[in-house]
Ligand binder design. Structure first.
Ligand code: HEC
Ligand code: HEC
Ligand code: HEC
Ligand code: HEC
Length: 299
């Protein structure tokens, strides 16, 4: 009895703390820039957080290292993208390890992952951009913004060798990306949103059901986390990225090849990460108790 009472009080205290923290978060970051300015993704010369190592003298802007209001790369599936993307063929993907447990089919490196890798593969300096700040700085092939880098987590503006942050071109030692969610569908196609895409429809039953909606005429899928409002798509949910550009060949229930086409959900870098958040290591939700992993995996 007494134990239960103590537990109950503890739970209530924890609840209060959570509410207070949530309130603080809302007031501390009223918009996206207040968040990202306090992170390692603030690469410019403006004031950044204490833990930031790399910064560049050439501009005090923040967004320009990734986005431009005009002249962006329209081949990128990331809004208003200001960086040159590598060819997908330079990467070695996780599926080439050949683990027998992998059910899903792997698409060429693309979607938002290719955008993250435009810095995190270490092949391109971070001050190379399509449209530089100010007037007259457009170069579709990427121009080098003048300035000086400081911080020993970079070499000539490329993320430095020997850091895990340098994901590199060999993706075999990273969580699979460009991978179908939950092994792909059992039958020929993923049910178009907003129909349910759940364990009766996908092949690997060890995954959480997705939510789905039609937004801007396109099917989108996500996995709800316990943070935020249940059922609505928020940045604290695990985002699945709709890839309509790939024809995947995966195995059906009988082990025969099955060709799939049409829009379907994939896991990409930004499924787990939000590049603007102040959460540790840019995770969509804190990974306490492996909450990130358990958002998708039923384990
Ligand atoms: C380090 C790279 C990077 C920087 C810097 C950056 N972004 Fe982004 N941004 C991204 C990526 C990658 C996406 C796509 C993410 C996704 O698909 O969820 C994105 C998506 C967005 C979106 C659409 C999706 C959403 O979350 O609302 C908006 C709006 C946005 N960024 C605004 C900004 C603004 C404003 C700034 C500067 C204050 C900024 N970003 C700085 C990488 C960046
Ligand atoms: C414009 C270049 C650029 C782009 C694009 C970019 N990043 Fe980064 N990212 C960096 C730099 C620089 C750091 C800090 C490296 C360091 O100091 O070790 C970093 C750090 C990180 C970290 C580690 C944070 C920490 O606390 O150690 C994560 C996670 C990360 N980025 C994820 C992403 C993801 C996911 C995307 C795409 C959605 C992305 N980044 C896009 C430049 C970039
Ligand atoms: C399935 C979820 C998931 C996916 C997909 C994912 N990450 Fe991560 N990533 C994580 C988690 C969780 C951490 C924190 C690990 C830790 O705390 O040690 C992390 C850490 C990182 C770090 C910081 C590493 C360090 O210790 O300094 C970087 C950089 C990073 N991720 C970039 C990426 C990029 C780029 C991609 C896509 C190529 C990607 N991530 C895809 C979950 C993911
Ligand atoms: C956004 C959803 C999502 C999140 C979050 C996620 N995973 Fe995964 N994970 C997947 C998918 C999809 C696969 C591929 C499953 C398949 O095809 O068999 C996978 C595969 C794996 C595999 C098996 C790879 C193989 O060779 O069979 C491991 C291990 C794994 N994830 C661990 C983790 C860990 C640890 C975390 C947390 C850091 C995590 N995952 C977070 C979706 C996710």
């Amino acid at each position: 009895m007494k134990m239960n009472l103590v537990k109950d009080v503890m739970a209530r205290v924890a609840g209060t703390v959570a509410v207070v923290l949530l309130g603080a978060g809302v007031f501390a970051s009223p918009d996206v820039s207040a968040g990202i300015a306090n992170t390692k993704h603030n690469l410019g010369s403006s004031t950044g957080p204490a833990e930031r190592v790399n910064s560049f003298s050439g501009t005090g802007e923040i967004c320009v290292f990734c986005h431009t209001p005009h002249g962006s790369d329209t081949s990128a599936s990331v809004p208003l993208w200001n960086r040159v993307l590598s060819s997908p063929t330079i990467y070695t993907t996780y599926n080439s390890l050949g683990t027998s447990s992998l059910d899903g089919s792997t698409a060429p490196v693309g979607s938002v992952s290719l955008a993250c890798l435009s810095c995190h593969d270490g092949t391109q300096a971070m001050n190379v951009m399509i449209n530089q700040p100010g007037s007259g700085g457009y170069n579709a092939a990427g121009g080098t913004l003048a300035g000086t880098w400081t911080g020993d987590h970079q070499t000539d503006g490329k993320i430095a060798d020997g850091l895990i942050t340098l994901i590199g071109k060999d993706l075999r030692n990273d969580h699979p990306i460009g991978i179908q969610y939950a092994g792909g569908p059992k039958a020929g196609t993923v049910p178009a949103a907003p129909a349910a895409y759940s364990s009766t429809a996908f092949r690997d039953g060890d995954f959480k059901d997705t939510k789905s909606a039609v937004l801007n005429g396109q099917s989108v899928w996500w996995v709800d986390t316990s943070v935020g409002t249940a059922g609505s798509r928020e940045k604290t949910d695990m985002q699945l990225y709709t890839r309509a550009d790939v024809t995947s060949v995966n195995k059906d229930g009988d082990g025969n090849s099955m060709t799939l086409s049409g829009a379907q959900p994939y896991v990409e870098c930004a499924s787990c990460h939000d590049p603007h958040t102040e959460n540790t290591t840019f995770l969509r939700i804190p990974n306490t108790g492996s909450a990130v992993c358990l958002a998708c995996h039923t384990k």
